[in-house]
Ligand binder design. Sequence first.
Ligand code: URA
Length: 235
Amino acid sequence: MRLDKLLSEVGLCSRTESKKAARAGKITVDGITVKTTDIHVDPEKSIITYMGIPVEYKKFTYIMLNKPDGYISATDDKKEHTVLELLDERTQKLGLFPCGRLDKNTLGLLILTNNGELCHRLLSPKHHVEKVYFFRAERCITDEDQRRLESGVNLDGVVTKPAKLELCDDRMSGYLTITEGKFHQVKRMLEAVCNKVTYLERVKFAGIPLDTSLSRGEWRRLTVDEEAHLESFLK
Ligand code: URA
């Protein structure tokens, strides 16, 4: 891989900036100062420093975001604020996109990555990846509503796959686990039993729980274990 490409992919600097830094003697490859960045390096093997800092190359980046209200799950938009805006400038340059969508007013766990293959796998209805939502509803959920929500309700002619519902004591809130990602699915499922979602938050995705130490709008990289867990879906 070209050195200038690598430095821009890890979000350290633009290609033009890297050329200037090389001319100024601020980049080393395997201990040798390089004067140009249009050279090829092996990102997995070469030891590269930029401004004295070791460059950590990772093919893919995974981020856990605690999505706040009012942001759309998109990479750019002319009118709305996007979840990408919540990342710092350097991280924004990594080519990340949200793995799936949360509505503008849905909160909680959103994974951002630049691993398109994995994202596709996690979202494919074939693979039944679980998503857990905490919701509050306008009215109490009866035993019959629960049975219908769990066995499948009809959304525009298509019956939802089996779901799991754990109700809280008030019976107006609970945790719904689904394995699909239909448009507004949780809200529409509740509407199908003549109810209405008043609050929605994703608390778990593909077995990874939302890190509750993250405030709304905060994010962090996935841990090594979380990354390995997600990547295991490709095996
Ligand atoms: N279901 C919804 O209705 N909205 C979301 O954002 C996610 C799941």
